[in-house]
Design a protein around this ligand. Sequence first.
Ligand code: AP5
Length: 191
Amino acid sequence: MVTGIPGVGKTTVLNELQDLAKQNRVNLSVLNFGTIMNEIMRELGKQMNRDDMRGQDIETQRKVQELAANEISNRAGQGIIVVDTHMFVKTTVGMWAGLPQNVLQKLNPRLLVLVEADSEQIAGRRRGDADRKREAALAEDISFDLEWSRATAASSAIATGAPVKIIKNAAGGQKQAAQELFEAIRKMVGA
Ligand code: AP5
């Protein structure tokens, strides 16, 4: 399970991870939780931009979150599955767990990863993503979100027994971050 606050660069790191897996002939696939939720929303007649999902009412998000977890757990057994997701989602009513107990039970992660970066760099990356509806945030708000992610990861670690690995995605350091992630995954699965 690979998580990180918006703009931290987790998808960039996961793209590098997939390249590394191919080069090393490791059967690994990345599933994006938000993409699966977005497809389910569409099937339910709610077509929207992925960045608009967190603005939906919590009951809708909760239902779709659970359906997405079912979908992902159905794909287990096809090599190593890496899920690109969030420890929490900033909804209009507050911070909501991306991996509540029911989702953790379905997905049963073996490793929990937090991708982190310097808060000023995250703010800059968000400003640079013109094609996304990113939250404009001050570095101090981003620091709080990073702390909240760690706190949420700690409770997920207790609930699952899975270790938490923190990986820094420094400026220009996406390949190094992916290498570190690849090694951690290999150690966990013995690949
Ligand atoms: P999701 O698709 O995960 O949206 P996101 O958080 O915005 O993630 P992205 O992958 O778009 O951004 P990123 O931080 O990975 O950064 P990127 O690699 O693009 O989720 C969408 C929605 O789905 C959520 O809002 C939520 O509603 C829902 N959802 C998901 N999981 C859920 C769950 N479990 N429960 C409920 N809802 C859930 O990089 C950002 C920028 O930085 C890019 O320009 C990139 O080029 C640059 N960059 C990256 N790394 C570096 C580097 N090392 N140096 C310099 N620049 C870099």
